[in-house]
Design a binder for this molecule. Structure first.
Ligand code: C5P
Length: 209
């Protein structure tokens, strides 16, 4: 069984994907981490994330980079969203994601283009979202909890900028697949959102956990 979980930044799609993977006993891939690794490697190489050749060269990042805590920084998310507009970067990361999706037994993948490009044949697709203000509120609280000194306004501005880049790019833009369940969790807590996601997958794929 393949489950595709897409959605904008800070929508909670990673939480939903991990919960689905745990519930159904499937491996999970956070595909944003691959783009973050490319963005961060570009910076380590003193390259320009807006330059297609520099970003493409960084696709050769060592696998050990995926464990680097720096990939989780907000600034790395910004770099990721800049390198991810280059079609060459998307092509370089394509096969790795397709292979993960199609492994025996299935998988859960979360990202921006899983249901549309990487696994259009997925058994269940979810598009997880919330209003930009609610996403900013949650991200801001989480950052303050980690001791990061940042204002709500700055987080909201970053979310708007990331959304605009992800939705506006020509290649594989952030888009809800026609057959994806829309899970708007603006007014839902984590448990309710996870329960709705599990119920949807069970309804889609009869006989699964
Ligand atoms: O999900 P996350 O915030 O870690 O993703 C970082 C950036 O990587 C996104 O803003 C997006 O531009 C890019 N990305 C993408 N396609 C994916 C996953 C992430 O373009 N499948």
């Amino acid at each position: 069984m393949i489950i595709a979980v897409d959605g904008p930044t800070a929508s909670g799609k990673g939480t939903i994907a991990r919960a689905l993977a745990a519930h159904f006993g499937l491996p999970v891939l956070d595909t944003g981490l691959l783009y973050r690794a490319v963005g961060y490697q570009t910076q380590l190489d003193h390259g320009d994330p807006d330059d297609a050749a520099d970003a493409l060269a960084a696709c050769d990042f060592p696998d050990s980079l995926l464990d680097d805590p720096a990939l989780r920084y907000e600034s790395t998310g910004g770099l990721a969203s800049r390198v991810s507009v280059h079609p060459g970067v998307r092509a370089a990361l394509f096969q790795r994601q397709v292979d993960f999706a199609n492994q025996p037994g299935g998988a859960v993948l979360d990202g921006r283009d899983i249901g549309t490009v990487i696994a259009p044949h997925a058994d269940a697709k979810l598009f997880v979202t919330a209003t930009p203000e609610e996403r900013a509120r949650r991200r801001h609280a989480e950052m303050l909890g980690r001791g990061v000194d940042v204002t709500y306004e700055a987080v909201l501005a970053d979310i708007h900028a990331r959304d605009a880049r992800d939705i506006g790019r020509a290649d594989a833009p952030l888009l809800r697949a026609a057959d994806a369940m829309l899970l708007d969790n603006t007014a839902l807590d984590r448990e309710a959102a996870v329960a709705a996601a599990i119920a949807f997958v069970k309804g889609k794929v009869r006989g699964c956990g």
